[in-house]
Design a protein around this ligand. Structure first.
Ligand SMILES: Cc1cc2nc3c(=O)[nH]c(=O)nc-3n(C[C@H](O)[C@H](O)[C@H](O)COP(=O)(O)OP(=O)(O)OC[C@H]3O[C@@H](n4cnc5c(N)ncnc54)[C@H](O)[C@@H]3O)c2cc1C
Length: 280
């Protein structure tokens, strides 16, 4: 096995461009090493990103948050400013594995691994994140909600790295994230949802209910139209156009569908009640 350890982004991009096939990037390794036994045995080449310090930092401005290609969950948890500006990021980060994983695991790795159960992806998607992909030939920006093309498939070409993830900073009227697992920590999501309302309208992103983390455009349209709901079943009806849950070792399609619609219904109901109370 060959391990490349570039110390600059340009060197890393050269290595990606000049090898066929390009080496597999490794950031925190918390997904890659779990699937180690399934790696191709021949000609495996890794591109260790850990020395690319230029990808480690995040940047918070008045307009956006830019997470670097190596920014970890822990960096977000530790930053009071980021946690305040983007509470759902910090909330999701605290629910990824335990501290050992939070200090190694990266937001970019969560996106690139393309698991339908990824916890970082729904919150970034609901916040309208854009993935900045870079190769030696240049940079492309892809909205995260257009990044996935199928189960474990994405628009990222093998010679591209995720250099950054950019999230616009906006006033929000509502934001919510909830993860349901077999226990309250150290569990992969059976189902999860992130919801955001801002001047651009509603965004609802869910995990573990489709081949990849997805937005729920039918429900978003209903919310944007000001529709209110009298039962979780009404929401489930609308969501049937958005999601395609399956039975697997963690849960069943029926459970996922019921729980997702209830999470959304009861959170919206609570929001209405709070609004009424304020108006009294
Ligand atoms: C015990 C344990 C618990 C976990 N719990 C959770 C959980 O609760 N929720 C959750 O969502 N995940 C969980 N995970 C999965 C994992 O920790 C996250 O998905 C993490 O974000 C992966 O980041 P990483 O840097 O470790 O990625 P790596 O393992 O280094 O890489 C993952 C994939 O992304 C690619 N990649 C990494 N960085 C880049 C880049 N910059 N550009 C292009 N490709 C890149 C790699 O080639 C690989 O295909 C858990 C893992 C473990 C071992």
């Amino acid at each position: 096995m060959q391990i490349h350890r570039p110390t600059t982004l340009n060197h890393a991009l050269d290595l990606m461009a000049d090898s066929a096939p390009p080496p597999t990037p490794i950031a925190g390794g918390t997904d890659l090493l779990v699937s180690w036994h399934h790696r191709p045995k021949d000609d495996l080449a890794l591109l260790d990103l850990s020395l690319l310090t230029e990808l480690r930092a995040f940047r918070l401005t008045d307009e956006f948050l830019e997470l670097g290609g190596l920014t970890t969950y822990w960096q977000v948890i530790e930053s009071a400013e980021v946690s305040q500006a983007f509470p759902l990021l910090a909330q999701a980060a605290r629910q990824v594995g335990a501290i050992q994983i939070q200090t190694r695991g990266t937001w970019a790795g969560n996106i690139a691994n393309a698991s339908p159960a990824a916890d970082g992806v729904p919150v970034m998607m609901a916040y309208d994140a854009v993935v900045v992909l870079q190769s030696r030939d240049g940079t492309t920006e892809v909205p995260l909600d257009q990044y996935y093309t199928g189960y474990k498939q994405s628009v990222r070409r093998p010679e591209q790295l995720i250099r950054a993830i950019r999230i616009p900073r906006r006033q929000r009227a509502f934001e919510y994230f909830h993860k349901v697992g077999a226990r309250s920590a150290q569990a992969i999501a059976k189902v999860g949802v992130a919801m955001v309302k801002d001047a651009h309208g509603w965004r609802v992103a869910a995990n573990s209910v489709a081949p990849f983390v997805c937005r729920c455009p039918a429900l978003e349209a209903a919310l944007d139209a000001g529709q209110s709901f009298s039962s979780p079943a009404e929401i489930a009806d609308i969501l049937s156009a958005d999601i395609s849950p399956i039975d697997d070792l963690r849960s069943t399609a029926g459970y996922r569908e019921r729980v997702l619609s209830r999470l959304i219904y009861f959170r919206l109901e609570e929001r209405e009640k709070r609004k009424e109370k304020r108006e009294k």
